[in-house]
Design a protein around this ligand. Sequence first.
Ligand code: FES
Length: 104
Amino acid sequence: MTLWVDACGTDDIDEEDLIAWEHDGHAYAIYRTGKGFFVTDLMCTHEAESLEWGLVTDCVIECPLHGGRFDICTGKALSAPVSVDLGTYEAMVEGGRVFVRIDR
Ligand code: FES
């Protein structure tokens, strides 16, 4: 079953930034980039640090703990020490709200 869940307003996220969002016991990161809105898992795949305070540059998030980098659009791990990709989720904008696709 697919659900589109209303997560936040588009204005709740500054450009080149992210917010943490939790739904049904899972933590997500919702990003606003020059290419639009994207959603990944919130926790870094290296040592489960939250990416909430990480640095967003274009479409890359840098983990605040050890500097591992991920592609925000694809979740791909880009540089050591991270080697496992982040999970990604589809985002949709409608009426000034950001919806996240949740598959169960
Ligand atoms: S916890 Fe993210 S790079 Fe180590």
